[in-house]
Write a protein of this length. Structure first.
Length: 345
């Protein structure tokens, strides 16, 4: 016998509804509350989360000892915990070892779709949460700040993780473990806005004749992290040369945001657990352009795959004249000579 649950809103319902449709709040709070709940419901998943490389290393640096699962006596997970100054900490994970305070993760999570242009405000929030007395029942715990955002940032003394990593982390767990709740959360998180996949667009096309030299040399594309460059998150990117000609499709490996002219941010990037190849490519790019020697705004670095590159032998071009970035379907760009955008927003 099959049983289905459907939640109706405005006379409409999904074919199947889940627990995550019942969570109150906007999409951002649904994501964070849902993630907190999932962590609380599966011990193996929770412990795997604590063993994520950057989190595990930060636990060691903060507490002076390696994470030992056998010595953990209890873990308490709070969502939207009220602080002394009446703020709401998104997720607080309080860990006891041998029945004594051990450490606490304070996670500030932003929407999987938000480009987080005001990251300094988010960092200030976390910094306030880490202060003595701001979350009173954590005063005896070693506190660790975690920033979870659409793009990966580099912030000194704070663990920075992007949603792409979390989604792949959940995917990896689900491949090895049959957990209905976690699978439902995975489906929920990659289908934000009912049908909007995690990769919001298939192919981003950028007018960048001057940038292609650096793309080919360093496998890095860089742009300011501001509203004028608020690209939707794509699976592939291509660059339009003179006449709008597109020669290659590049798979995007990672998107990292930081200001290379701020020494603390540059050091944090160098000490991060980002893959050595990507790190070296970005650092070589920065050195070549001298971005660490001039005052500049925050940058968004697209790390492009060195192996997943598709040459567009038919050299497609846009229909009409395009000056700005646009988006194409993967099918069209692989098969059509003259392309019609699926979207320019």
């Amino acid at each position: 016998m099959k049983v289905h649950f459907r939640l109706y809103a405005n006379s409409k319902s999904d074919y199947k509804s889940t627990l995550f449709d019942l969570i109150s709040g906007d999409k951002e709070t649904k994501q964070t509350k849902g993630f907190a709940y999932v962590l609380s419901q599966n011990k193996s998943f929770l412990l795997k989360f604590l063993e994520i490389g950057e989190i595990k290393e930060k636990i060691y640096k903060t507490t002076g000892c390696r994470l030992n699962k056998k010595s953990i006596s209890s873990i308490e997970i709070n969502a939207e915990k009220i602080t002394t100054t009446k703020k709401r900490a998104d997720i607080v994970i309080k860990v006891n070892r041998n029945d004594k305070p051990y450490f606490a993760l304070i996670i500030e999570a932003k929407s999987v779709k938000s480009s987080n242009k005001n990251v300094n405000n988010i960092v200030n929030q976390i910094s306030n949460y880490l202060k003595h007395g701001e979350i009173e029942d954590l005063d005896n715990y070693k506190k660790i700040g975690v920033l979870l955002t659409k793009y990966k940032h580099n912030v000194p003394d704070i663990v920075c993780i992007d949603w792409n990593y979390i989604i792949n982390f959940i995917l990896g767990f689900c491949k090895k473990n049959d957990d209905k709740l976690i699978n439902q959360y995975l489906h929920f998180i990659i289908n934000i806005d009912k049908g909007m996949k995690y990769y919001e667009k298939e192919v981003l096309s950028i007018p960048a004749s001057k940038s292609t030299t650096y793309v080919e040399k360093f496998h890095i594309y860089e742009c300011p992290n501001n509203k004028n460059y608020s690209y939707k998150k794509p699976l592939f990117v291509t660059f339009r040369k003179k006449g709008g000609v597109m020669e290659y499709l590049y798979k995007i490996e990672d998107i990292i945001v930081f200001n290379p002219s701020i020494n603390d941010e540059l050091i944090a990037f160098k000490n991060s657990t980002i893959s050595t190849d990507i790190k070296n490519n970005i650092l070589n790019y920065i050195d070549d352009l001298g971005l660490n020697n001039i005052v500049c705004d925050e940058k968004r670095f697209y790390a492009l795959s060195e192996s997943d590159i598709i040459e567009l032998m038919h050299r497609p071009i846009p229909k009409g004249h395009l000056q700005k970035h646009t988006y194409y379907s993967l099918r069209d760009i692989l098969t059509e000579k003259k392309l019609t955008p699926v979207s320019q927003k």
